[in-house]
Write a protein that binds this ligand. Structure first.
Ligand code: DAH
Length: 358
């Protein structure tokens, strides 16, 4: 079996010399594959006489076992080395300084929603969400805006195509329907804010057909108008970072609150420059009120036991005021130069402790 001895030496050299798992696999196929050299030797046994076959058979089997074992051992070695190389290449040095790139910026709407959320969550609110496509009942009727109510016209509603029974879904005109979903789903006490997209058929420098609102709702057994006032005034002072920001409540009307009010904050337009804070002028910032008992009853909440307040405001308007953005339409034009100018660094996450807009 000199033949077999030569073959053994050749194969062992090839196995030891293969520099990767692919090369090793090629050696394996050349020896043990269907047409491999050891397989061929096995086939040659058939032509031998019985004694010679027995001896040669044992030798070839031993060779086969030895080669297969050598291949397995080399394979484990190569796989280990390949893993080491990969781990070295994928290594991240976490001690390197962070270099914020200018390419990615946080949109002012996202930033302002984060800032508002940080303030309200500090006060104990949690964030709730609801669908953009609403049933008429949630957007209007349950909020005490019945079919013939003039508020329906004021909302410039986008209706979806009618369904067979004639009723039409709407793109929600405000975030207030999420009040209804929340009161249906949860037992009081409730303390939520709802940031989200809203839609009205309107387009000019201060209106866009898609815009954002943030809604607030508090329901429990003891909340009163004083809490409402404290909550929204504290919010404005934190948001605009003016500790003694003047605020006044004007009586107003919303079907879902009774009584209703609008909050104005102090500002000045002296010298042609607009500033929030002390001054001789007022600026309307949000609508609010005590939740109308009819709305509670529409959600099967006992209005003799529970009460609370609600408020709602436009996110774009607050972003424009806080960051001096003059035209609302630019928010949604996807102009990268605009985003580089008004956008925020992804690494400056707003928070009450670290600052809202570093
Ligand atoms: N939904 C109102 C709007 O879109 C804003 C609003 C006013 C919400 C008073 C409220 C509220 O929750 O109490 O104009």
């Amino acid at each position: 079996m000199e033949n077999a001895e030569n073959l053994r030496n050749d194969l062992m050299t090839a196995i030891a010399g293969s520099d990767g798992t692919d090369a090793l696999e090629a050696v394996r196929v050349s020896a043990l594959g269907k047409k491999g050299s050891i397989t061929q030797l096995m086939k040659s046994l058939g032509a031998m006489d019985p004694d010679a076959r027995k001896e040669a058979g044992q030798a070839i089997n031993a060779l086969k076992g030895e080669v297969a074992g050598a291949i397995d051992a080399r394979k484990a070695e190569l796989e280990g080395a390949e893993l080491d190389t990969r781990l070295m290449a994928e290594k991240i040095d976490v001690t390197l300084p962070v270099r914020p790139q200018w390419d990615g910026r946080i949109h002012p709407i996202s930033q302002v929603i984060e800032e508002m959320t940080a303030i309200f969550c500090e006060m104990g609110f949690t964030v709730a969400e609801g669908p953009d496509i609403e049933e008429d009942w949630y957007n209007f009727t349950a909020l005490n805006i019945p079919p013939e109510h003039p508020a329906r016209q004021e909302h410039d509603t986008f209706y979806l195509p009618g369904e067979k029974d004639g009723h039409r879904k709407v793109l929600r005109t405000h975030t207030s329907p999420v009040q209804i979903h929340t009161m249906q789903d949860k037992e009081p006490p409730i303390r939520i804010i709802v940031p989200g997209r809203t839609y009205r058929c309107d387009y000019d420098a201060t209106h866009s057909p898609m815009f954002h609102q943030i809604e607030g709702l508090v329901i429990d057994e003891s909340t009163h108008m004083g809490h409402l006032k404290g909550c929204v005034i504290d919010f404005c002072r934190a948001m605009f970072q003016v500790d003694d920001l003047p605020a006044r409540f004007r009586p107003s009307y919303f079907p879902f609150t009774e009584p209703s009010a609008e909050l104005d904050i102090g500002c000045t337009r002296a010298g042609g420059e607009f500033r929030i804070g002390h001054g001789d002028d007022w600026l309307e910032i949000l609508g609010c009120g005590m939740v109308n008992p009819k709305v509670l009853e529409n959600c099967d909440i006992d209005s003799t036991r529970y009460q609370g307040f609600a408020f709602g405001m436009g996110v774009e308007r607050i972003a424009m005021l806080k960051y001096g953005i003059p035209d609302l339409r630019t928010f949604f034009e996807s102009d990268l130069r605009w985003l580089r100018h008004y956008g925020f660094s992804a690494l400056d996450v707003p928070g009450m402790a670290g600052g809202l807009n570093r």
